[in-house]
Design a binder for this molecule. Structure first.
Ligand SMILES: C[C@@H]1N[C@@H](C#Cc2ccccc2)[C@H](O)[C@@H]1O
Length: 441
């Protein structure tokens, strides 16, 4: 093992109450909202077929024209209560909001820049309103913060000379001041989700990423920090040069999930984040994005997939420029939330079912407190039958379909094929969306 000054601070997952709470949430609502929601992927009448929040870079928009959007950011239809109601409808237990994305615009009135909500027509503290509305509903709030800042004059992608090093040192000082400001203004925040840390400039300053995590945990005991913030002494990211996870959970899964049979993932905490359109985090009005919205049952499959490997699933919403939630995304939230309302006990507080192999037709999850194992059937075989292969020596004595026909449980028939292999005929099992069985063993 190398002697690292800025490597992982622990070898095993955190087991304190705050981390257990985050782990048990399993389902979160990601929100990307900022000036990019105004053009919504369209510039000078043309759709730019790339993530809406990258528009200023992809369309090469002059800085002054991008900054002028702040004058149009009127929040005409922004209502934090309605956003929070969407999270309740989704069945989300936490929410992660973009406090500052790569363009540098801040959703709070920051004292360290002029590019913030205070210099918009409404002057409203969007973050303050969101924290109040979500916490009033018992939903934890996390802050996304982009270390990458296209606007700041001292930002550097690479460090070529002393001048770059001096400038970037000023930038890191600015970013640290903003993070202290966020921690002081919103002390009830439960986590920080860092992004924009892939450039050489940040990787060469692992000490700063270590200091940020230390500062936040000193100011907000229990706060949860993602691995994407961290670089070690040698620029290794997420996992340090000794192979140990930095931060509190692995956050490398962006618009992708681990292979469902990759049991190694379950060794540590992790979270996957996912867009509803194919590839835009900010609201994109064009058919390039709007024609690719995910089906609610695809979202349910991803939620169960993550839970089965001990991970959280963070589903992204991109509110429109006026502050309203996109109706199609709200509808998806409602359908997923209705499924969770019936089958959530197989998700919330659940995780990896040790000893149960990946079955192919869906996922096994296990309640971390009671040990109850569930089968979530998201890919019903053409045969209409699933095979349950139990850990060797285990007997299946009962099978209950969750929430069917309005009953909390509904005994379902099964038969032994051989040894610890059982077959379940899914015929007659009814439920809106993927079926979930509680296994009695
Ligand atoms: C969570 C997601 N990470 C951000 C990104 C990115 C990106 C996109 C292309 C190449 C390199 C990085 C997206 O804008 C969104 O915030």
């Amino acid at each position: 093992m190398m002697d690292l000054k800025y490597g992982a601070s622990r070898e095993k997952p955190r087991e304190d109450a705050a981390m257990k709470r985050f782990r048990g949430h399993r389902v979160g609502q990601f929100i990307h909202w900022g000036l990019y929601a105004l053009p919504a992927g369209r510039w000078e009448g043309k759709d730019v077929e790339f993530a809406a929040e990258f528009l200023p870079r992809v369309a090469k928009i002059p800085q002054h024209r991008w900054e002028a959007l702040a004058n149009d950011f009127t929040l005409a239809d922004f209502d934090a209560e309605r956003w929070a109601d969407t999270a309740v409808a989704l069945g989300a237990r936490y929410m992660t909001i973009t406090t500052k994305h790569h363009d540098g615009f801040c959703l709070w009135p920051s004292a360290h820049t002029d590019f913030h909500m205070g210099n918009t027509p409404s002057g409203r503290d969007v973050l303050g309103e969101l924290v109040a509305a979500y916490e009033a509903r018992g939903i934890d709030v996390n802050f996304y913060y982009s270390v990458l800042d296209w606007r700041h004059p001292d930002w550097r992608f690479t460090l070529e000379n002393d001048a770059d090093n001096l400038a970037f040192a000023r930038y890191l000082d600015f970013a640290m001041k903003q993070l202290v400001e966020l921690a002081e203004r919103y002390p009830s925040v439960k986590g920080f989700w860092f992004d924009g840390t892939w450039d050489e400039s940040v990787k060469a300053n692992g000490w700063w990423t270590w200091e940020v995590e230390r500062m936040l945990k000193e100011r907000i005991p229990g706060v949860v920090v993602n691995s994407r913030l961290r670089a070690d002494d040698f620029g290794a990211r997420h996992v340090d040069s000794n192979g140990l996870l930095m931060g509190d959970y692995e956050s490398g899964y962006e618009r992708r999930l681990p292979e469902p049979w990759d049991r190694s993932v379950a060794a540590h905490d992790w979270e996957a984040c996912m867009t509803i359109p194919q590839a835009s985090w900010g609201y994109h009005q064009g058919p390039w994005a709007q024609s690719t919205l995910k089906h609610p049952w695809d979202v349910v499959d991803m939620i169960a997939h993550c839970t089965s490997l001990g991970g959280n699933f963070l589903l992204n919403f991109g509110p429109r420029g006026d502050g309203s939630m996109a109706p199609a995304e709200v509808e998806i939230a409602r359908t997923v939330g209705q499924w969770l309302g019936v089958n959530g006990e197989a998700i919330y507080g659940c995780g990896f079912a040790e000893g149960w192999e990946y079955p192919g037709w869906g996922y096994f999850t296990q309640d971390s407190s009671t040990g109850q194992v569930f089968a979530v059937v998201t890919r019903e075989p053409a045969s209409g039958r699933i095979r349950l292969e139990l850990p060797t020596g285990m007997e299946l004595v009962g099978l209950q379909l969750l929430g069917s026909a309005g009953h909390p449980f509904n005994e379902h028939p099964f038969k032994r094929l051989a040894g610890s292999v059982f077959e379940v005929d899914l015929g007659g099992a009814t439920s809106a969306g993927p079926l979930v069985f509680a296994l009695e063993t």
